[in-house]
Ligand binder design. Structure first.
Ligand code: MG
Length: 236
């Protein structure tokens, strides 16, 4: 496969979770530690594997509701662990809230990055202005960037909660573009979420790179697709 470099790009915007910061691995690491600390397996007979599987399902549903403004950040956070326990036959609100509190405080300090993150950022940094454009909670995302050692690469860190608008809303892309003082045609968004990162960016007249394990190529104008971060070297 021969690929040509994408012309005209000056600013590269990265999503954070699941794109650079290894959300799955970091999240699982913390939950496993907490289940040991609070003796959940022995007390309730729930293995870490079972717990994590159920938690992910519930968390995913709640995030969906949150992103559609059906529930608040507090409701999301107050429910997911308690509900996971309850669904697994361990009704214990106190423990649920404790797990939530510890999870929130510990997870941003995890430092697993997706494969190729540092290498690709080192490669791109001398050639482009790099930024983060993330849907997420402000106190959490900034710690992740700092702790994982990648903060230094980014000129601007745009976080939806601070901006009052989320991807895929066109407005967040317009604000980021204006603050970076750049034209839409010079911007490219790299992310793993097709709706939030890709459709959002394309609607704002940016280019986009979809980071996905799926093999099937999606053919849309101004859209590129990669399976690993290092493939960006062929495009940028
Ligand atoms: Mg993501």
């Amino acid at each position: 496969m021969s690929t040509k470099k994408i012309a005209g790009i000056k600013h590269v915007f990265f999503d954070l979770d699941h794109t650079l910061w290894d959300f799955e691995k970091n999240s699982e690491t913390v939950i496993e530690q907490l289940l040991v600390t609070y003796d959940v397996e022995r007390q309730y007979g729930i293995t870490a594997e079972t717990f994590i599987k159920k938690y992910k399902k519930i968390n995913h549903k709640l995030w969906h509701l949150y992103s559609h403004k059906k529930i608040t950040k507090e409701e999301l956070r107050n429910t997911r662990f308690t509900k996971t326990l309850e669904k697994l036959g361990a009704k214990n609100k106190e423990l649920g809230m404790l797990l939530e509190k510890e999870y929130i405080s510990k997870s941003p300090y995890q430092t697993h990055l997706l494969e190729g993150t540092s290498e690709i950022l080192d490669y791109l940094k001398p050639k482009y202005e790099l930024h983060i454009l993330s849907n997420g909670f402000k106190e959490v995302q900034r710690i992740k960037l700092h702790e994982s050692g990648i903060k230094k690469y980014f000129t601007h860190v745009f976080i939806s909660e601070e901006m009052g608008v989320q991807k895929p809303d066109r407005e967040i892309f317009d604000i980021a573009k204006a603050q970076a003082k750049v034209d839409a045609s010079q911007c490219i968004m790299i992310g793993d979420n097709f709706v939030n990162d890709i459709e959002g960016a394309l609607k704002a007249d940016w280019k986009a790179v979809y980071y996905t394990s799926r093999k099937k190529r999606i053919k849309i104008a101004n859209l590129y697709q990669i399976k690993s971060l290092l493939e960006l070297k062929e495009l940028l």
